[in-house]
Design a protein around this ligand. Sequence first.
Ligand SMILES: [Zn+2]
Length: 419
Amino acid sequence: MKVTLTSKVRILPDEETTDLLISTMHAYTAACNYVSVHVFSTGVTSKQRIHDELYRDIRSRFALRSQMAESVIRTVVAKYKALSSSRGSWKIIRFSKPQYDLVWNRDYSLKGDVFSVNTLSGRRRMHFAKPASSLDGKFGTAKLVHKHGKFYLHIPVTHEVPEVSDDRLTDVVGIDRGIRFLAAAYDSSGKTTFFSGAQVKAKRAHYKALRKELQRVGTPSSRRRLKAIGQRENRWMNDVDHCISKALAESYPKGTLFVLEDLTGIRKATERVKASDRYVSVSWPYYDFEQKLIYKAAMRGQKVINVDPAYTSQTCPKCGRRDNVSRDKRLHLFRCTGCGYTSNDDRIAAMNLYSMGNEYLVQSGKSMSLAGGVRSMTPDVTPADPKLSGPVTNAGGISRPLQGSHKPLLQGVSLSRGI
Ligand SMILES: [Zn+2]
């Protein structure tokens, strides 16, 4: 099974190499803009045709080496193809920040603590700082970026992780992801673990207000700041995802089956929330969180599955009755109209996901001899903790996941374990 995570590696060039890297990146970026104008005005997105028409030109104008010229064409074409597949209107793509895309083993390599890279003056070697995240895996096309005087290499690393066979699974944890709680995890001992979203919400609200103000101002510098804020927010959210997935994987034993809602169709998530909350859901970094959890779980002999999320928050986990009146969203209370089962509504979905995990194990032929017995449909629980069901206003919003550091960070995520 393959999981791709982005590693961020700090490059440590000496003074002379620093200048060379900067001029290489500038030449590369200028060439990208040159090709971009051509693609925009001609509408041609065939790599071969662009190569035939521009290759010599790119090399002589920007002093790029052969492989770099090829890479420029590939980068620009990929951007325009992404633009047309997202059905965005045909507009010129500008490369404003110095960048450089590097193909593994051809344009760059990492060996020991040495980073080797193609530059305008040929191959250069320099040291790099080892990142906290693992660099074992297959390296993809990396991006060299220069920020605040520092160089970073963003490398997509594909890890081949061991797939845990179903007959080794001995425990089930249902995980519901949301806004008030970033995650609510229900396990086979009948416990629910909540990862509070309160601090994330507050921080997001702060960013949102800031964005609004900058949009209102609308100057070039405010637009730049707007972009920078978005990136800072992404990095921060990436850390939050890292922490939650790590805490989950480490909180449960080997042989745990994690059950997540399948939110590949983000549409479903949008349908579940009010219009005013929609920004949160569509941009929620579910995918990133999932990749991180799959990776961390696999490394610990655990497994992650996705299930259809339909009705997980409307079904009584005790008697199976389904309707849309049992849940009082305002009070965050679920009270089954059939059997009267009552609980904090944030854990209902997690309980149902937990049950679905048990069904999955039954269907995969596992004799259900979980420690403590199966409690799938009749968990031993008490009614909702009143502390957990206060009035809640709309969340601020969570944006796209992106690369970021993997330093341990738990601020913004508080872990509480309770019934
Ligand atoms: Zn019921």
